[in-house]
Design a protein around this ligand. Structure first.
Ligand SMILES: [Zn+2]
Length: 304
């Protein structure tokens, strides 16, 4: 099996959102669709690799956030032979995206159209739910195994391709730019769960992949170092945000301080100052801080 990365050129920027193309003997599969606004880039990417719409037999979604799965309904039309695989908790929202659209509109407001475009349902007879208990699913003539990996979202899967050792990690392995070592934790509201996330990092370690492929963006071979850095940064950011909440700081102030901290960390790992905007396209600091604040508030309420 051959694996290619298609750059979806999100908002005209390179290396922000990826779709991964798996090529077997005469059949193809995709991991991630990207948003509807990137459909043209996806189409070109398939064409570049000589893949016609009818050749794609499977589409795998790590989770239903619009930057990962937003184009699914449109793709169901363009790829007439493709079956769509999604986590069982995300399944209803692919079949009927109305609540998904509502909650995304609460976050993105007037920018919905510019960022994500129109969202169509995937016909139920084309959709298959996965639990992520390691089930094997045929993919481009080979297989992918699906693993339940909550933390960034409750309904998040990672897919392992045993032949190459690639692990398609969605957002649960963080955000990392090609050629950089820095791993930024994507912690937007509303479902961030740090305990679940730590367990999912263990799950990814136990799969022992040869490479890890975050949707934002690319494929990296230093899996152990990558996961260690993510694990430590998640713990560190949680403590940092919690301390500031205890001091009575507001959400904007916390986001500003988290940004200063994150940018300093990034620069100390040799990144360029302009990298921060690039990382921001996949998750701004206000969203990252809000997601952690919400997690802390929820956990405190649960413990009362
Ligand atoms: Zn994402």
């Amino acid at each position: 099996m051959r694996i290619e990365t298609i750059d979806l050129n999100f908002l005209g920027s390179e290396e922000v959102i990826a779709s991964f193309l798996l090529l077997g003997d005469g059949s193809a599969a995709l991991v991630e669709t990207g948003p509807t606004t990137c459909l043209e880039s996806l189409r070109k990417g398939l064409e570049k690799h000589g893949v016609g719409g009818a050749d794609v037999s499977e589409v795998f979604l790590t989770h239903i956030h619009l930057d990962h799965a937003g184009a699914s309904g449109h793709l169901a039309e363009i790829l007439p032979n493709a079956t769509f695989y999604v986590h069982e908790v995300g399944y209803p929202h692919m079949a009927d995206p109305s609540n998904l659209i509502k909650s995304a509109t609460r976050i993105y407001g007037e920018r919905m159209d510019e960022l994500w475009g129109e969202i169509h349902p995937v016909p139920e007879d084309r959709l298959v739910r996965l639990s992520g208990d390691g089930e094997e699913v045929g993919a481009a003539g080979g297989v992918l195994t699906a693993h339940d990996t909550p933390g960034h979202a409750y309904h998040h899967l990672t897919f392992h391709e045993p032949e190459s050792g690639a692990l398609f990690a969605g957002d649960v392995a963080g955000i990392r730019l090609p050629g950089r070592s820095y791993v930024r934790p994507p912690t937007p509201p509303p479902e961030v769960d740090m305990e679940a996330w730590a367990k999912s990092i263990e799950t990814m370690r136990s799969i022992a992949p040869k490479t890890v492929s975050p949707t934002h963006f690319g494929t990296f071979g230093d899996v152990e170092r990558h996961l260690n850095e993510l694990e430590q940064r998640l713990q560190d950011w949680l403590l940092f945000v919690e301390e500031r909440m205890d001091e009575g700081e507001g959400r904007e102030e916390i986001a500003d301080e988290l940004k200063d901290k994150g940018d300093a960390e990034m620069l100390s790992e040799g990144a360029e100052p302009e990298d921060t905007e690039h990382y921001d396209l996949a998750g701004s600091y206000q969203a990252l801080a809000d997601g952690i604040i919400r997690y802390v508030e929820r956990r405190r309420k649960d413990r009362e």
